[in-house]
Ligand binder design. Sequence first.
Ligand SMILES: Cc1ncc(COP(=O)(O)O)c(C=O)c1O
Length: 353
Amino acid sequence: MKKKIDIPSLVRPNIMDLKPYRSARDDFDSGILLDANENSLGAPFEDTLELNRYPMPYQEELRAKIADFREVNQENVFVGVGSDEAIDLLFRIFCEPGKDRVLITPPTYGMYKVSAAINNVTVDEVLLSEDFQLCVVETLSAVTENTKLIFLCSPNNPTGNSLNTEDILTVADRFDGILVLDEAYIDFSERASFAKDILNRNNLVILQTMSKAFGLAGIRLGVALADPQVIDFMMKVKAPYNVNKLTSKAALRGFNYINVMREKVDQIKSEREKVIHKLNLIPEIQKVYPTDANFLIFKIKDAITIYKKMAELGVVIRYRGNEPHCENCLRLTIGTPQENMRFFEALEKVLED
Ligand SMILES: Cc1ncc(COP(=O)(O)O)c(C=O)c1O
């Protein structure tokens, strides 16, 4: 069964009325290009990418590659400066500052709240359960007539676990606003991506990124997958040349090495199992939480002190003890075997003190 909501009725009136900026390259992109006030003499260093010219505003080639990889269509794909750009655009498209609301399910990725604050949008919070699953009934009951977006994150940051598939589907079925499902860590997960569900549900937006499994955080390439109507609004509101040429070149290269990416993901997952095993042998660690991502959280007495002492020894992890249900929790990214060894050496040293 298809889910179809009236997308324009959710969009802010000023965005409905917006006449987007037309960039020089919208009309013609070849020939003698004297239309965009670029420097025709070129970059000051040797350059094979024509960096003196603006990039393609709509990144068709990259979007086609991503569509192929995720088994959707090019018109379902938005690319931006990290998924953080996509998050911000969704606020700007759908949420009237001072009036509309969004719903999040802490503990979860901090950027949803920051983006809401930047856009002066009220955030309602319904905590995940103690085992970090959705409280579906409570979540749906917290929806108001002004709730435009619900953010879910699976695998979830900072907890690492995936949300139950049926729970995500129930929220998607029952919520008549935009359900944003952040799949930043999906390629580490044992669960399938919801990417193809966007073909049957026009209220679902999937966020993905090249920052994690692809190992390309430095290029800042984020992806949103959604119904073409939602993607069109994102294209209309984004900065004209948001994705630069160096980024799209590196991202396209990434897709030539999907097998290598998958091998690295497998290495990280096998290293993750070794780390979990070793953590479980440390008596001071009260709990190692299940994870479906390239990081995990564990509970340890006096976590804040341990976190600080580890940093003094040059091993930087993240204190997450202030998050709900995460008292005394530290978050550890799975590193190389050498980095993980250094982590354990430092932890043992701190625990001996
Ligand atoms: C859940 C989640 N979503 C999105 C991001 C940000 O991704 P990007 O690097 O594409 O902005 C992160 C980064 O840590 C994350 O944990």
